[in-house]
Design a protein around this ligand. Structure first.
Ligand SMILES: [Cu+2]
Length: 241
């Protein structure tokens, strides 16, 4: 009777683990092109998975605590006999459920990263030179901006980055992207600003005593508004030459 009950608990745990993995697989199968959404989704999956696993393990532990509690002060406990197969099962199945989920989430993260490294063809490409202590952006038409990156909504933005002094790290928390910029090497990052709004840019690599002042913002504008600004800035730069 007792053995049957334990077998049911083990089988139940394995079934929940497998169905949980299946749900994660189904979600991961949808290709996510907006990296921010992809990372958010993966993080949500991590939270859901560890919550389910944690509750499951806690429920089994609580069941055992109640089921095998001491019923009178003089009672002496006795360990139930486990067959070798049961002993191995008790060790392997919970570990398998936990580790399988860990590997699965790690695999999802890797896949997401690989997808992220492929930049959409339809994009605006901006050069970024970082230096102590500013972010200097140059647009394809020669327009330059410092610490304020204006971009159109609804289009992927690619930054090709380098540094004129030391290592900095261009971090836009709202878009879930962060990448080092360094002298003598061109690195890149991209993000997909879907709606107009403002987002903080900050340096995520300690680069000197004013590091904490190395902040800027991404200003996402409606496309028409961006085009007007872009042309106006181009004319201003042409006049200044
Ligand atoms: Cu910096």
């Amino acid at each position: 009777m007792r053995v049957n009950c334990r077998v049911r608990v083990i089988v139940g745990a394995a079934a929940i683990g497998i169905s949980m993995l299946a749900a994660v697989v189904a979600q991961a199968a949808e290709a996510v092109r907006d990296p921010a959404r992809g990372w958010d989704r993966l993080w949500f999956e991590v939270i859901v998975d560890i919550t389910i696993l944690g509750l499951l393990f806690a429920a089994v532990a609580a069941y055992f605590l109640i089921r095998y509690r001491r019923r009178d002060p003089g009672q002496e406990g006795s360990a139930p006999r486990l067959s070798p197969a049961m002993a191995v099962g008790w060790a392997i199945i919970p570990a398998f459920v936990f580790i399988a989920d860990d590997f699965f989430l790690a695999g999802n993260g890797w896949q997401l990263w690989n997808n992220y490294r492929e930049v959409p063809a339809n994009r605006i490409e901006i050069q970024l030179e970082s230096g102590m202590y500013s972010w200097d952006y140059t647009y394809p038409n020669g327009v330059r901006a410092q610490n304020e990156l204006r971009v159109p909504a609804g289009k992927a933005v690619l930054l090709r980055m380098t540094s004129r002094d030391t290592i900095h790290s261009h971090f836009i928390p709202d878009f879930r992207v962060k990448e080092d910029s360094m002298p003598g090497r061109v690195t890149y990052m991209w993000f997909y600003p879907r709606q107009p709004g403002e987002h903080v840019v900050t340096c995520a690599e300690y680069c000197g005593i004013m590091h904490s002042y190395m902040v800027g913002k991404v200003i996402v504008m409606p496309e028409a508004e961006f085009s007007a600004w872009y042309e106006q800035e181009a004319a201003r730069f042409a006049q200044a030459k």
